[in-house]
Design a protein around this ligand. Structure first.
Ligand SMILES: Nc1ncnc2c1ncn2[C@@H]1O[C@H](COP(=O)(O)OP(=O)(O)OP(=O)(O)O)[C@@H](O)[C@H]1O
Ligand SMILES: [Mg+2]
Length: 860
């Protein structure tokens, strides 16, 4: 193989492979042994990133560089000069994650990442044509179509040389959704920041430090957007905003920009520390701050920030059907302040989401940032830094891996580096950069038991070329040099906004999937409307000007709370209803269900022969504990039907209610037949699918880990025997034909290597050690002078092949568990005795009545 010329530094505007790129074509399938088909390890939680590379001979090795996905929970950094292949490597890594059903958030300051959408299973020229860089075509004197044909061929050959094909691309496409979000712009999918000032989840609020950080970074990033660079300790703008966020969030209240503007003018606080608010930050000056924020809100184009899907990480990571998603946030079009603002918000949201997850040791999701420059500096403290640092420290326990790429090691905070388990180091530009990376590596090695050989490492770093990386993973035995595999996505370089628009054109911004809180409560009575006012009652002239009826003792009565403020010109009017609060227990030992639901409904009372029927009852969304003993305010009173004034009526209505609910109530759940896991009440099918998928992945990882424990000693023992046999074989070993080595490698690089990784023995060694029985036979036949020593080698090799076969058999059962595509509905009905009426009482329900006489509920 000709030694590979280094790829020229890529022109920024033209990301498509330049003239030097076809050099990869000669590395065609015939040139080397075929690696294990990716399908062999596809479902084992290992990522195929490339092949080992020998810096001495400048040759691609035969083994596979497989990375254990679980290792990513301790995060990764990818460092290398421009054009060194960082983005290509990281996109390959993300492709692997998506193939394994792991969703990814991608922050894209440069514009390269939407290339992840350019996946063409057929690899046809016409698939490439709309996306090739026309400028490149022109420079080469080719028509766009001719150039597209060239690119398609380049990609087909490139992939083939790495054992990949269109079928794998199709699997990638089927495995995950790819969406390009463009905050502040409608070119891609819009994403709304409206909810970003909402109270963070309880997991964040309950952690004092996390809560403080969240408040601080939100205030700093918002002020940054206004062009105010604020010192959190001294700036009164910062102190006030932080106080407002804290006051609202502590009570679980959401804020939004208009609300914030209003609160800046009339804050709900009188003092800041020991000072009077007016002395600390006079109203006149606060008005100025409010005006600046208002100008931002009113600025043309700001609307785009408020449209689209809310920045809800849990919702963004999976589609409405529960399919994992690569959510790319393209921020190349934003100003520096806007980028910082958005990235900080997104990181905060991510942190909030992470903290609300259950713990796991498996990889659950990835966060990738393509260029960290400016967001994670060692000295300064931009608002993005703290949440990122906290993510690096804490996300691991929740299975969320962070991958950061940068051209220069100096862009990374050293505390962040210390929390990073994997380093992908590419070609570096200067001796200084190399020295810095070496310092970092040395520091990282200091804690562990690996010896750090600075001189060797320095030589290695100096020898790296484009797409050649040094992998330093604290979970492995030692560093390894490899060449990144060909990316399945067409790496055409930055896409224009028009192209992003084109890419996302077919997709309407998906409506936010129903969160459990919004999903209708399981077992809730079916209701046509949330407003239980019968039209007749609303129009009844008798509701006007009534007084509160006096009731005999023994009639239980309650008041629904009044929430919110009166619409202009509306008055409060109380309507009498019967309220029923019932506990329904759903227990079914066979289905493994035992849970209780609270149902609170109201129904009108009339003067008819049967004054109360529960058939039309509506759930009110108010808990019994929230009912009040007294009316909230002065209001009008609708007349009370006579039946409602008799204590005895309520006993009968209570019995009717129990009977009606018994017939009504049903808990509809879903079961995953593969695992037997049942959905939770209120859990949407989407969320259930996500949970099943995560559970299956964690279980798979555990089983792979168990296999590792079982096979590693066996392989180590065989390898030791092989080493002795080879020693005995002595010099003759040197004469083993090239073919012999290759036959050995073709099997060594498969499953044993994939499962055991380099944690016990290097892939290269095992590659040399193992051989397919068939290949070994052929090698033996080729040579006449078979010595006893060689027979021993062959015998050990056969034993390894047998071990491989045994492992294959075990893996077959492991792979049987697939996607949770077939969910079974499970309906559980309550027993009669399990429907318990806790309360059946008169409930005064408050409504706002406007001048036209229309009533709207006042308790929601
Ligand atoms: N895995 C890969 N498969 C195919 N081509 C690749 C791969 N990695 C890199 N390349 C080629 O090399 C070019 C440069 O690589 P890449 O964009 O990854 O560099 P980079 O290190 O991210 O540079 P920058 O710092 O400027 O973003 C790509 O445009 C692509 O043509
Ligand atoms: Mg890049």
């Amino acid at each position: 193989m000709p030694s590979r010329a280094r790829q020229p530094a890529r022109a920024k505007s033209s990301g498509a492979p330049g003239p030097a790129a076809p050099e990869r074509a000669p590395a065609a399938p015939a040139a080397g042994p075929t690696p294990a088909a990716p399908a062999d390890f596809e479902k084992l939680g290992v990522f195929y990133l490339g092949r080992p590379y020998d810096l001495g001979t400048k040759q691609r090795g035969a083994g596979l560089l497989l990375y254990d996905s679980k290792d990513l929970v301790t995060h990764a950094v990818c460092i290398g000069m421009t054009g060194s292949g960082k983005t290509g490597l990281c996109l390959a890594l993300i492709e692997e994650a998506l193939l394994d059903g792991i969703p990814v958030l991608l922050i894209d300051p440069k514009g390269d990442l939407p290339n992840l959408c350019l996946t063409f299973p057929e690899l046809r020229p016409e698939d490439f044509a709309p996306w090739v860089n026309e400028e490149d075509a022109r420079r080469k004197g080719l028509t766009v179509d001719a150039y597209a044909a060239q690119q398609a061929e380049l990609w087909r050959k490139g992939l083939a040389a790495w054992g990949e094909d269109g079928a794998r691309i199709r699997r990638l496409r089927d495995a995950a959704d790819v969406a390009v979000y463009t905050p502040g712009s409608t070119a891609g999918l819009p994403v709304s920041i409206v909810k970003s000032f909402a109270a963070p989840p309880t997991a964040v609020r309950d952690d004092a430090e996390l809560f403080r950080e969240r408040i601080g970074t939100t205030a700093t990033s918002l002020l940054g957007l206004l062009g105010i660079e604020a010192d959190p300790l001294r700036s009164r703008e910062h102190i006030l905003l932080a106080k407002l966020f804290e006051t609202a969030w502590r009570e679980g209240r959401d804020l939004d920009l208009p609300g914030l503007i209003q609160q800046i003018q009339s804050p709900p606080i009188a003092k800041v520390g020991a000072l009077d608010l007016e002395a600390f930050f006079p109203g006149k000056d606060r008005f100025e701050l409010a005006t600046r924020l208002n100008n931002l809100l009113a600025a043309p184009g700001f609307d785009a920030w408020l449209e689209g899907e809310p920045l809800d990480v849990g919702a963004l990571l999976h589609t409405a059907e529960g399919k994992p998603r690569a959510a790319i946030f393209s921020i190349a079009h934003l100003s520096d302040a806007e980028r910082m603002f958005f990235v900080s918000l997104l990181l905060n949201e991510t942190l909030g989401w992470v903290r609300a997850q259950s713990g796991t040791t498996s990889l659950r999701a990835l966060l990738y940032m393509d260029e960290i420059f400016g967001f994670f500096p060692p000295v300064a403290n931009p608002p993005s830094k703290l949440p990122l640092l906290t993510l690096l420290k804490q996300a691991r326990a929740f299975g969320v891996g962070v991958v950061l790429a940068t051209q220069n090691p100096v862009d990374l905070d050293y505390k962040g580096l210390a929390n990073t388990g994997t380093w992908f180091i590419g070609r570096l530009q200067t001796d200084r950069d190399r020295a810095r990376v070496l310092d970092g590596l040395e520091g990282a090695a200091a804690g562990g038991d690996r010896r750090f050989d600075r001189a060797t490492m320095e030589k290695t770093l100096g020898g790296l070329g484009s797409r050649i990386f040094l992998l330093n993973n604290v979970h492995e035995n030692g560093p390894e040099v490899f060449e990144s595999r060909w990316a399945m996505s067409y790496l055409r370089g930055p896409l224009t906004r028009t192209q992003i628009k084109q890419l996302m054109a077919g997709r309407k911004p998906a409506p936010a999937p129903a969160r459990p809180a919004e999903a209708p409560a399981a077992g809730a009575a079916p209701a046509a409307s949330r407003d239980p006012v019968p039209a007749a009652a609303a129009a009844s002239p008798r509701t006007r000007g009534g007084v509160r009826p006096v009731l005999p003792p023994g009639v239980p009565q309650n008041f629904l709370p009044v929430r919110g403020t009166a619409p202009a010109g509306a008055v409060l009017v109380y309507q009498p209803r019967v309220l029923g609060a019932v506990t329904v227990r759903f227990a079914d030992a066979k289905a493994g269900v035992d849970q209780s639901e609270e149902v609170v409904v109201v129904t009108p009372i009339t003067e008819a022969a049967v004054p109360v029927t529960w058939e039309g009852a509506t759930p009110i969304g108010v808990a019994v504990a929230d009912l009040e003993a007294n009316p909230a305010a002065t209001g009008d009173w609708a007349p009370l039907p006579s039946a409602a004034a008799k204590p005895k009526s309520y006993e009968g209505w209570s019995r009717d209610l129990a009977a009606w609910l018994y017939g009504q109530q049903r808990l509809d759940l879903l079961r995953d037949p593969a695992s037997g896991v049942l959905s939770r009440p209120g859990e949407s099918e989407r969320d259930f699918r996500v949970r099943i998928r995560e559970g299956a992945r964690a279980e798979r990882d555990e089983r792979v880990e168990a296999l590792r424990k079982k096979y590693a000693p066996k392989r180590a023992a065989l390898e030791e025997r092989l080493r002795r046999a080879q020693q005995a074989e002595g010099r003759e070993r040197e004469q083993v034909s090239q073919q012999g080595v290759q036959a050995a490698i073709s099997i060594g690089a498969t499953i044993l290597g994939a499962v055991l990784g380099r944690k016990t023995i290097s892939v290269t060694n095992i590659g040399r050690a193992t051989t397919a029985a068939r290949g070994a036979g052929r090698v033996l036949k080729e040579r006449e002078d078979v010595t006893r020593a060689q027979e021993t080698v062959a015998a050990v090799q056969q034993a390894l092949a047998a071990l491989e076969a045994e492992l294959q058999g075990e893996l077959a059962t492991l792979e049987a568990r697939g996607e949770p595509d077939r969910l079974e509905p499970v309906a559980v009905r309550p027993k009669k005795t399990d429907v318990r009426v806790r309360l059946c009482a008169l409930a005064w329900t408050p409504y706002w009545r406007n001048r036209a006489g229309t009533l709207t509920p006042a308790w929601t």
